[in-house]
Ligand binder design. Sequence first.
Ligand code: SAM
Length: 289
Amino acid sequence: MNLCSAKTIKELMRIFDLSPRRTLGQNFLIDPGVVERTAELCCEGKSENILEIGPGFGCLTEKLAERYKNVVAIEIDSRLVPVLDFTLGNRENLKIINADVMKCDLGEIAAPYLSGGLSVCANLPYYITTPILMLLLESGIPFDYITVMVQAEVAARLCARPGSREYGAITAALAYFGRAERLLSVPAGAFLPPPKVDSALLRIRLHKEKPVAAQDEKILFRVIKSAFGQRRKTLINALSAGFPELPKDALVDIVLSCGHPADIRGERLDIADFARLSDEIGRRLTGQK
Ligand code: SAM
């Protein structure tokens, strides 16, 4: 059975009496070339094991199971579990978990697969791309790579440079955990049903050792969120809104002592600048200065 085809997916939907749920971001891949490349490129051969989020009808899952030692796939839609059993039930190296990725214990799911190296590979549901990415990044699970199909616009944001229009809080946060690279541009016609936007395959290589260390990650992410929360404002005004417990003159002092002009905007700062700023703010918050 060729799972990467509109004909097969339509036939499976007919047999199992299903229709795609837009609320679950169900746009199924039907381009075998894109699926093959995704499975091939997702971890540069570094991991033996793959965690997939949202296997759907299993077209990417099948290619992953052909290439890698173990595949564990988390699917929220219980209607798809019997379909996956029908299409891929004979694969001994595949485990399907019927759960919401946002609610399950990822650490427990990942633990048996870490010794051979584990990467994530997924055609993500677009309604929940950023929360899933942040969940994976903040999980502390030592993934080798996180390779995801996302909207082209999101890929541009995640790969943006400081100072560019696309650079935002998610770009800076991602830079703390790893380095993102856009691998493929994928047209809407590669999916059934086609989404309204084009897509891109993004590969994030997780830092084994973080090049930038922040003393308190919670404060770092609060600083980043504040800096981009008020994009039109100067960094000082944006921080002032995000840290009402600190007097404005203290924030002026902090920004200047970190070597920035008083009128700088948050979008100019890279992750090392944010880490320095967050350490200074952390010291003021705990009354060390
Ligand atoms: N991998 C399949 C493919 O490429 O054809 C399906 C990809 S489709 C874009 C997204 C998949 O994620 C759907 O199967 C959907 O049911 C599933 N999904 C949506 N939200 C989820 C969640 N919170 N947890 C786990 N799976 C989810």
